[in-house]
Design a protein. Structure first.
Length: 690
């Protein structure tokens, strides 16, 4: 085939498919699937229901790297074209409704993940963007809304979760089939699976919406802290948005080593197990903000979807804004102001390098999430809360189960508020940078900012000239202000500083107490007894800081401190336990060094989630930068599914191989690594020329 003919055929066929596709509309997808943990694969059948106009004969589905075994129409096999990206099915469809069956099998490289940490095998998805087509033939275009139902067959000992309501489940030969059905159409990227050994708790909202919370079994102490304020957040968002929750049921489930904090799959949010906490861990890693953010997406993104990626802020900016509003409802205005001020500070710093374009097809997360949220807040201050709420309500109702653009939203705002918002839109949404003048004007409307700006003005004064002012502000008992006072006093060695730090160490505000504990590594003798009480602090991070600093400051008591904290694990990343083991290995008076090393090394292996592994690896390298056991574990991490851990492993190896001897060791082990690891390590080795 000549190049010209190939080119002509490609263009004409592509145009033909595009025209045919425009005349075919997919209405429903019903899938029957069976995941396999051992082979990390999934197989099944997909029934696609679509409508066709006259002469349309090509149905196009997205399907990445699958084995498409059969396509069946009216009990007959159809021919199809498949390039490992799209499945193009040619048939003589009747005008109106048609159905085809697709039989397939896939071993996905992404999107469908198979994990087994700490004897908790799990299978789960993360399809954000256009990735569901890696495990299920579907449609990547987010503007195409499809009514999904799915039947999942798996080992009867496990719980299977998906989108929508559970219609029924049946068990046969130790396999249970779970049938979930959506009541309304949605974008394909929001389809989900979560399979694990989960327990469930159920409640109902005032409007009778069933809420389901899940945790892995045997985590009895985690229920209340993890899902703290969950019902209140749901009720607040429904009331504030004035649009009832649109999907009939809402559930949340944590999985190990999830790629992000959470994902707002329609009806069924998956979130990271790092937010599974007990009563102490709650103060270090509360889930409320993530919960509120993902729940807000059920309206912003799921109910109304941005027409193109250029308008992605309609998802993330609004979800971030309403999560902050939910926290304001729970924790008060001063807490809210602290958060928006800290966000503004981050945006102002980032604006020196990041254009921060909100309406953009390639904007940053800071632009979409944080500046987008600030834009909504600025709009609220411009037109008033009542007009904003009315505009949002109309927007959600008018574009429900559809796609929309920024201009669609702005048009509604102008109609409802009867104000011209062009200047606002230009400044906040279409221009680069961060409008600091407007931001400061908004911040100054909140009463706590007067005290904050007073504190900022005191920064340059000597302690002797500002002690009385600091005392007065401290006594207002606002943790944010007290933290700022501690920051100002940190570099000063004075009696006044000691007075404030002692107050902070005894504070009931956990964040203030923690900051005081972290201000320096050396604990003065006169603070020793007070500092020792931090082993009972309602924060695992504070306890870890106390252990490190007391161990460092009082060598004669190291064994005592380690004995006191021997049973503490800490957060999901085992922050206290990994610190304890590293300190135990450096404590001469303590025995069992081999056992302690083996335990710490075990935490660095693939048997544990990446956030545990990273903690352990950092501790091991601190103890011995030349520990070759760790080098191999870093090489193993180069192909981990969680990109944050991969980046950590890459950065660590890059730094190591600047040393010739360490590079030579990696060159020795590279050939015995699995192929993917070998290729990844070879690329890194090629970057550095010794």
């Amino acid at each position: 085939m000549t190049f010209y003919f190939k080119f002509f055929f490609s263009v004409v066929f592509g145009l033909f498919v595009a025209l045919a596709d425009a005349q075919i509309s997919i209405q429903k997808i019903h899938a029957k699937v069976q995941p396999q943990m051992e082979s990390k694969s999934i197989s099944g059948t997909v029934l696609v229901t679509f409508t066709s106009v006259k002469n349309a004969d090509t149905l196009v589905l997205d399907a990445k790297n699958m084995q498409v075994k059969e396509v069946i129409f009216q009990q007959k096999n159809l021919s199809f074209l498949y390039d490992q990206k799209q499945l193009k099915i040619v048939g003589k469809w009747k005008k109106g409704t048609n159905q085809v069956h697709i039989v397939y099998q896939a071993t996905p490289k992404q999107t469908l993940y198979f994990t087994n940490y700490e004897n908790q095998p799990q299978i789960w998805t993360q399809g954000q963007g256009k990735y569901t087509s890696y495990w299920l033939p579907s449609v990547d275009d987010v503007t195409q809304k499809i009514l999904f139902s799915i039947e999942v067959t798996y080992d009867h000992a496990f719980t299977v979760l998906s989108n929508g309501k559970l219609i029924h489940k049946t068990t046969q030969n130790h396999q249970t089939t779970w049938h979930y059905q959506m009541q309304h159409p949605m974008s394909s990227y929001l389809l989900m699976l979560a399979i694990g050994d989960f327990e469930k708790r159920e409640v109902q909202t005032k409007l009778k919406t069933p809420l389901e919370w899940y945790l892995p079994k045997n985590h009895e102490n985690y229920w209340e802290p993890t899902y703290k304020n969950a019902e209140e957040i749901f009720s607040y968002l429904e009331k504030r948005l004035q649009v009832p929750y649109p999907w009939g049921i809402y559930r949340q489930v944590p999985v190990y080593d999830f790629l992000y904090a959470g994902m707002e799959n329609t009806t069924s949010t998956i979130f990271s197990s790092e937010f599974m906490v007990d009563a102490i861990g709650y103060h270090d890693r509360p889930y409320e903000n993530v919960h509120a953010h993902e729940l807000a997406h059920q309206w912003f993104g799921n109910l109304v979807t941005s027409k193109t990626s250029e308008h992605h802020w309609l998802h993330e900016g609004f979800a971030t804004y309403y999560a902050l509003q939910a926290e304001k409802h729970l924790f008060g205005e001063d807490y809210f102001v602290q958060k928006i001020y800290e966000t503004a500070s981050s945006l102002q710093r980032a604006s020196k390098e990041d254009p921060l374009l909100v309406v953009s097809s390639n904007g940053s997360s800071l632009a979409y999430y944080q500046k987008g949220a600030w834009a909504v807040l600025a709009l609220e201050h411009l037109i008033g809360t009542e007009a904003l709420d009315a505009s949002v309500k109309k927007f959600l109702q008018q574009y429900a189960f559809q796609s929309a653009t920024t201009n669609d939203f702005l048009k509604i705002v102008s109609e409802v508020s009867k104000q011209n918002v062009d200047a606002f839109a230009q400044k906040w949404l279409f221009e680069k940078g961060f409008p600091l003048t407007e931001v400061l004007a908004i911040l100054k409307k909140y009463s706590i900012m007067e005290q904050w700006f007073m504190l900022v003005e005191l920064q340059s004064l000597p302690i002797s000239e500002k002690t009385n002012d600091l005392e007065e502000i401290w006594n207002q008992n606002q943790p944010w202000l007290q933290e700022e006072i501690l920051k100002q006093l940190y570099p000063i060695d004075s009696e006044e500083k000691k007075v404030f730090v002692q107050k902070a160490l005894s504070s009931k505000h956990i964040e203030v107490q923690q900051m005081a504990a972290a201000l320096g590594n050396e604990v003065p003798e006169e603070w020793k007894s007070l500092y020792e009480t931090l082993f009972d602090a309602p924060s695992y991070v504070t306890r870890e800081i106390a252990l490190q600093n007391l161990w460092q400051s009082f060598p004669e008591d190291r064994k005592k401190y380690l004995e006191q904290t021997n049973q503490m694990l800490g957060l999901q990343d085992k922050n206290i336990r990994t610190t304890w083991l590293s300190l135990a290995l450096m404590t001469e008076e303590l025995d069992n060094k081999i056992a302690h090393y083996d335990e710490l090394l075990q935490y660095a292996t693939p048997h544990f989630p990446s956030y545990v592994r990273r903690n352990a690896i950092e501790k091991l390298l601190f103890l011995n930068p030349n520990d070759t056991n760790v080098y191999e574990l870093l090489a193993d991490g180069l192909v981990h599914h969680r990109w944050q851990f991969v980046q950590f492993c890459k950065d660590t190896i890059r730094e190591q191989i600047k040393v010739k001897a360490k590079k030579e060791y990696y060159q020795k082990i590279v050939q015995r690594l699995p192929e993917k690891n070998r290729q990844a390590l070879e690329r890194l080795l090629g970057e550095v020329k010794n």
